[in-house]
Design a protein around this ligand. Structure first.
Ligand SMILES: [Zn+2]
Length: 120
């Protein structure tokens, strides 16, 4: 994948991550706990910290899965594996990445995952 497309997807992913974190911060600040943007920003850098776990649990299941997927895609980007199916290493189509930049599987492997024939 060329650098320009890579940057495009990186921006999309980072934007998505920000959205998810902000949604969380808003939800949190409605409660009585200490919240705010600063705290959310701190959390971005904590990958294995216990409070990250706590944070993840406070998200709804779908938000949590999404955030993990987004983080995973950014990690793949850092190891130059972004845009490849993690199962068969085929290139994931641009069309698919445009719709779902955090996709981990190509269309055929995704189908196997969804039908339970491939364990993730
Ligand atoms: Zn595949």
């Amino acid at each position: 994948m060329n650098k320009r497309s890579l940057e495009k997807y990186r921006n999309l992913l980072e934007e998505k991550r920000r959205d998810l974190l902000e949604a969380y911060t808003k939800k949190k600040s409605l409660g009585s706990e200490v919240g705010g943007k600063e705290r959310a920003a701190d959390m971005v850098d904590m990958a294995t910290d216990a409070s990250t776990q706590e944070f993840l649990y406070s998200l709804s299941n779908s938000d949590r899965d999404l955030l993990k997927a987004v983080e995973g895609a950014l990690a793949l980007m850092n190891s130059n594996e972004f845009g490849e199916c993690v199962e068969c290493e085929e290139k994931i189509s641009k069309k698919r990445l445009d719709a779902v930049p955090w996709a981990r599987y190509c269309v055929s492997c995704q189908e196997l995952v969804e039908t339970g024939r491939l364990r993730t």
